[in-house]
Design a protein around this ligand. Structure first.
Ligand code: 13P
Length: 392
């Protein structure tokens, strides 16, 4: 057999760029050595990743984030006087995921591990409840935040150890997308170290997720905490996203198979002036257009402590003109607040609570289409949910 030399582009890739055998070369003078080609890898899941991302980023739909860890879910339950037991968490998640008609407005649901493996009280898998409504099941894969030594009181996100095997198991369990949330604090600096660590962690996670068939949601949350101006947020957001994309590219992440979960660009929660939805939209879209390639299919914002109505109004303002990507929502607090208040843990309120989830989901669906009017919104929907130093 003629000697053939190959360069493998990526450990997980089935693509090889090689030199043809010597006998097939057109002339020894023009022989090029095998060389690295900077193409985006095409792993075994590439097509599926693109399809999954497109399904999630479909018109008029967004993500329901219910991936609170057990501890954070406990905070939600405590707000209506319920104990943090598995039975209560199951009742709450079942209420949300079995809401009839949800799939019209919701394209993906991010779950915590417990829910991914859980069934309803009737014995139906939560995953199947989602699939029935054409909602893509997702999974939170990070292991939470811990202090970052050597930084300015900042944190870093754990969870890379064992991530490949966990992701493969989650895929077998029905998950098709993943979420990793790290945070950046403006009042703490942010230090160059914290930004680099956040960006590198997100990029490693994204590469591992894609390798295992999960579309990674890339979420460097820039916290609302602080009294800084909107211009300062813009400056930090540009820095953070430029590093994130630098490392995503370094890790050969396929941009067509990711989704982003950014914070909107707003003034700090304790800043003296509030910004209008038009201003938030202008700053946020300016930042995204400067930093995010159009190959990325979807931008799915977090709500970060904004009131339900504020988050919807801001999203609506961002969809008044065409964008290069699908601009939508992946809200937790801004989709769950009135649901919890309506439910109060009482079986007789379950239907009304499901109805209030539909109201919020529909409002955000309209905002994704740029057609939301705040008409008829409840007082609860107008209440801000910012908590200083909030931890997930
Ligand atoms: P909210 O900021 O909308 O509560 O959600 C953040 C999040 O990452 C949940 O997945």
């Amino acid at each position: 057999m003629a000697a053939t030399s190959f360069v493998k582009l990526n450990a997980s890739s089935s693509q090889w760029i090689g030199q043809r055998p010597v006998s097939q070369r057109s002339g020894s003078a023009s022989v090029c050595p095998a060389r690295r080609v900077s193409v985006v890898r095409a792993g075994s899941y590439s097509e599926e990743l693109v399809k999954t991302a497109k399904t999630i980023a479909s018109p008029g739909r967004g993500i329901l984030a219910i991936d609170e860890s057990n501890a954070t879910c406990g905070k939600r339950l405590a707000s209506i006087g319920l104990d943090n037991t598995e039975v209560n968490r199951q009742a709450y998640r079942q209420l949300l995921l079995t809401t009839p008609g949800l799939g019209e407005y919701i394209s993906g649901a991010i779950m915590f591990e417990e829910t991914l493996y859980q069934s309803t009280t009737d014995g139906k898998k939560m995953v199947d409840c989602l699939l029935e409504q054409n909602i893509v099941p997702g999974i939170k894969v990070d292991k939470g935040l811990v202090p970052l030594p050597g930084s300015n009181d900042e944190s870093w996100c754990q969870g890379l150890d064992g991530l490949a095997s966990r992701s493969a198991e989650y895929y077998n369990q029905g998950a098709r997308f993943a979420k990793w949330r790290t945070v950046v604090s403006i009042p703490c600096g942010p230090s160059a170290l914290a930004v680099k660590e956040a960006a590198w962690g997100l990029a490693r996670y994204a590469a591992i997720s894609q390798d295992n068939g999960l579309v990674p949601i890339v979420e460097p949350e820039i916290l609302l905490d602080g009294d800084h101006s909107i211009d300062r947020t813009l400056e930090v957001a540009e820095k953070v996203w430029s590093e994130v994309f630098y490392y995503l590219a370094e890790n050969n992440v396929m941009f067509e198979g990711i989704l982003l979960k950014p914070s909107m660009v707003t003034p700090g929660a304790e800043h003296k002036e509030k910004a209008s939805p038009e201003t938030v939209a202008k700053y946020t879209l300016t930042m995204l257009k400067r930093r995010v390639p159009p190959a990325v299919p979807g931008i799915m914002f977090l709500s970060g402590g904004q009131s339900e109505m504020e988050a919807t109004l801001n999203l609506n303002a961002m969809n008044q003109t065409p964008n290069p990507w699908h601009v939508s929502f992946s809200y937790a607090r801004a989709l769950q607040n009135t649901v919890l208040k309506t439910w109060q843990g009482l079986p007789e309120n379950v239907d009304a609570a499901k109805q209030s989830l539909l109201v919020r989901a529909k409002a955000n669906s309209m905002a994704q289409l740029g057609k939301y009017t705040a008409e008829g919104e409840s007082d609860d929907a107008k209440k801000g949910m910012f908590v200083k130093g909030y931890t997930y």
